[in-house]
Design a protein around this ligand. Structure first.
Ligand code: XIL
Length: 493
């Protein structure tokens, strides 16, 4: 709103003449005051990692893309995407010479439209490999492998940050896995795969990726010796992916030293598939240990200048591969099945140098209803206790400026007739209305502004929700079960 437009108060009453001038001056003063209390930028994993010159990624499958709650978290928190399955051989070349890049393209397009990069995963792997490849006569394996790599890496040329060129080539004892590629070509298949990928997409970072190579052990020694010998032969190898599928409490103490020895070869390292599984039901102490584990891994990466980033395998516990693959285990990610951040999330934020808990915004400013693109607004600038806030076009007026206080209140008209956002009659059921009330320190007046974008009532545990996911001026706000909807996403400041 500019001074010349006159003043439309958010409640819809048009003022003119002298009154408009007074409101305009008041708005200018409030805006100036707002500027004097800078709201801290929202804390997200991606923003914090980027500030450290790294990325923070996740894995997404095509099915995940349709789940809005999951995607709200994914797009807010992560800036790198690994397709969970969509670029694997069984999807991309289900029969000899017939290519299907549709699902992989879907992930790539989603990532690009949300300002996320992509780690290509993967070109050569013994698993999720169609039967027709495993049953090829040895004499045909090399040309089939090279054609597959060339066709897929050319299709995605210039569009992926990196490729896991060979995935999981090692046995636990550090010998190479006797899969169809090794059996046909011997250990030379790895150099051949890397050279073929490099010819197709010279700018993609080329990786070897495996699990149980995070610490120093027989398997990671095998990878280290292979990497050293490939580099000595001038084979185009850029990085080593440490998958990092951990069991809670079992992050190897030699992880940092192991990352450092690969980096000392002149290679990048990346944590490519981080999760930390817990035997269900997850106890509080297991979740606390998981927070320590996540923090350890992230700090290790930040300590190594050539550690380029960390990717979690999946977004939240509800869509993680762990329960399906490791029966009895789960709770392996930083987000629970309701898309709420777990202790591991806060620990990760802290490890990245952010301040946990203040994530979705702290301080003072407009409280934006993200889904509606509107602001939380007290109708007609009323100061009457019991007035229910609505959403309205953002205007920066004092009836839209909220302060999240150290006591977790959300106050409006701070410094004037300060009022608090209040859950009506201390009710805790879904559908409870919210209103403004004299501040009294009650738990129904305490609000958590969460890093995942929700605002939760401390007493009810429920989420501040725009009723009916409406985007219209005048839509009411209530408490509702947290469900990851965009009508439960708020930013302050
Ligand atoms: C997993 C996927 O998440 C599952 O959906 C699929 O059924 C099996 O593969 N190491 C890898 C990943 O490199 O590709 C695997 O992904 C997990 C282990």
């Amino acid at each position: 709103m500019t001074a010349s437009e006159g003043a439309f108060r958010p409640g819809g009453v048009r003022l003119g003449g002298w009154a408009a001038a007074v409101v305009t001056v008041a708005v200018a003063m409030v805006m100036a005051l707002g500027a004097a209390v800078p709201a801290r930028a929202a804390t997200t994993l991606r923003a914090l990692a980027e500030a450290d010159g790294r990325y923070f990624g996740t894995a997404l499958t095509a099915g995940d893309l349709g789940i809005s709650g999951e995607m709200n978290v994914a797009t807010a928190q992560f800036d790198m995407v690994t397709p969970g399955n969509e670029m694997k051989w069984d999807t991309t070349e289900p029969s000899n010479g017939n290519y299907n890049f549709g699902p992989g393209d879907q992930i790539l397009n989603f990532a690009q439209s949300h300002n996320m990069r992509v780690r290509g995963h993967n070109l050569v792997w013994h698993s999720q490999l169609p039967g027709w490849v495993s049953s090829l006569p040895s004499s045909q394996v090399r040309s089939v492998m090279e054609s597959h790599i060339t066709t897929e890496a050319t299709h995605y040329k210039g569009k992926v940050y990196a490729w896991d060129v060979v995935n999981e080539p090692f046995n636990e004892d550090g010998s190479l896995r006797a899969d169809v590629f090794y059996n046909a070509m011997g250990s030379g298949y790895i150099a051949d795969a890397l050279r073929t990928a490099h010819a197709a997409d010279p700018n993609a970072k080329l990786y070897l990726n495996d699990y149980n190579i995070e610490g120093e052990n027989a398997k990671s020694n095998g990878m280290y010796n292979l990497a050293q010998s490939l580099l000595a032969q001038g084979v185009p190898l850029d990085g080593i992916g440490l998958e990092s599928h951990f069991i809670v409490g079992q992050v190897p103490s030699s992880t940092l030293a192991n990352m450092q020895r690969f980096a000392a070869l002149g290679l990048d390292v990346a944590v490519t598939e981080l999760d930390d599984r817990i035997q269900l039901p997850a106890s509080g102490s297991a979740l606390a240990q998981q927070a320590t584990d996540y923090s350890t891994v992230v700090k290790d990466c930040l300590t190594v200048s050539r550690c380029v980033g960390v990717s979690q395998w999946g977004v939240d516990d509800g869509h993680s591969w762990i329960p399906g693959t490791f029966p009895g285990y789960g709770a392996a990610t930083m987000y629970d099945s309701n898309y709420q951040p777990k202790p591991a999330y806060n620990a990760t934020v802290a490890a990245l140098g952010g301040s946990p808990g203040g994530g979705g915004g702290s301080g003072s400013g407009e409280l934006h209803a993200v889904g509606a693109g509107k602001c939380l607004d007290v109708p007609n600038s009323s100061t009457t206790a019991g007035t229910q806030p609505q959403i309205w076009t953002c205007a920066g007026t004092s009836n839209q400026i909220w302060t999240h206080t150290a006591a977790n209140e959300l106050t409006v008209y701070s410094g004037g007739t300060t009022m608090c956002l209040d859950a009506y009659n201390k009710q805790t059921s879904a559908g409870t209305k919210v209103e403004i009330w004299q501040c009294n320190g009650g738990t129904n007046q305490q609000w958590q502004v969460n890093a995942n974008g929700t605002v939760t009532g401390v007493q009810s545990g429920l989420c501040l929700d725009v009723t009916g996911a409406s985007t219209a001026n005048g839509a009411m706000v209530e408490l509702w079960t947290c469900n990851g909807g965009s009508n439960q996403q708020w930013t302050l400041g």
